[in-house]
Design a protein around this ligand. Structure first.
Ligand code: DP6
Length: 334
């Protein structure tokens, strides 16, 4: 008997960033992070589990009806995640998987958060073992991707739930009723120059890392209050401060990591102009890459999208919003 299931899970954008780990292999973070779950940017994965014990396979569905093989680095992380999922669930079987991203795969948008959360859901669904979002967070984190641990909840998510216990799961911090939009400016195609994994490894070599850790609890508390209290001005100040702090640590690591491209700065300037000259509330943030996420209330979305689309260094814009989390899908990819 073979078991088949399909699930989709969203990507997320961190407001307070995970950067640096005490145990990278198990994604035990140096600090708590806080993110917004997205809705449009998501990964759909179909798994079929066969009774025999052959090698697992994963193929990518670009969306044009074809299937392609995944790069080696992806295959290795996929195989390791599957092995750990089987162990946690106490199940066996060879897995055949096909995965599809709703966003262009060369867009430079982090797909590991949505990808590993979707894999954890699809495997759990195939064995009728779907569980609470907390348990699913633990299963997603078995991939080694910390951001995946946050993609099992909708709304706004804190991971770990207990900052004193880095192995605790994520938890929903605020519901998707707080309606924020994420207008994503794509300024760079292709993979980022240095992976997040390598960035976490280098983080503590920065002379600014320790200062960042000292400031984070207070910044997280204030940003959270501003978010839940609807104080978008304070939220903006703290979100941008946090973004620059993350990149300051990256740039001052040994060896230094420079994620910014000319288009990154063009979008940052445009966001400031919109806010300061045109009175449009909006705030920039980035993860470990050059693309810029512009977070704004619904009333700003059209103005933000129009302004950044007009920049010559922005080659595409994705309009996303706070989302409701993973779900089962009835249509299989193969
Ligand atoms: C800068 O180790 O979760 O985006 O699994 O490669 O996506 P990937 O990265 P992960 O680190 C994420 C780093 C970050 C900040 C964040 O999302 O918290």
């Amino acid at each position: 008997m073979s078991r088949k299931a399909t699930a989709s899970a969203p990507s997320n954008i961190a407001f307070i960033k995970y950067w640096g780990a005490t145990d990278l292999d198990h994604a035990l973070p140096a600090n708590a992070s806080l993110s917004m779950t997205l809705e449009v940017c998501r990964t759909t994965t179909t798994v079929q589990v066969h009774d025999d014990d052959g090698p697992d396979t994963i193929r990518i569905a670009p969306g044009d009806g074809t299937l392609t093989t995944a790069p080696d680095s992806f295959n290795e992380r996929f195989a390791r995640h599957l092995a750990r999922l089987r162990e946690r669930l106490g199940v066996h079987g060879r897995v055949e998987a096909v995965t599809h991203n709703s966003f262009p795969s060369d867009a430079g948008i982090a797909s590991s958060a949505s990808g590993f959360a979707a894999l954890a859901y699809a495997i759990s669904a195939a064995f009728d073992r779907l569980d609470t979002p907390e348990e699913m967070s633990v299963r997603a984190r078995l991939s080694g991707s910390g951001s995946a641990a946050r993609s099992t909840f909708g709304g706004y998510v804190m991971w770990p739930s207990d900052p004193g216990a880095p192995d605790s799961p994520a938890t929903q911090h605020a519901s998707p009723d707080i309606d924020l939009r994420d207008v994503i400016a794509l300024v760079q195609g292709g993979p980022k120059p240095v992976s997040s994994l390598e960035g976490h490894r280098r983080a503590a070599t920065s002379p600014h890392f320790a200062t960042r850790q000292e400031h984070l609890p207070e910044r997280t508390r204030r940003l959270s209050d501003a978010l839940t209290g609807g104080d978008f001005d304070t939220f903006t100040e703290l979100l941008e401060e946090e973004t620059i702090d993350l990149h300051l640590v990256a740039m001052s690591s040994t060896p230094p990591i420079l994620y910014w491209e000319p288009g990154t700065l063009a979008v940052i300037r445009s966001v400031r102009r919109l806010r300061e000259q045109d009175g449009v509330p909006c705030a920039f943030t980035m993860d470990a890459g050059a693309n810029v996420h512009v977070i704004c209330p619904p009333s700003s979305e059209d103005a933000v999208a129009a302004a950044i689309s007009a920049l010559p260094s922005v080659h595409d814009v994705i309009r996303d919003r706070v989302g409701s989390g993973p779900r089962n899908e009835s249509e299989h990819l193969f």
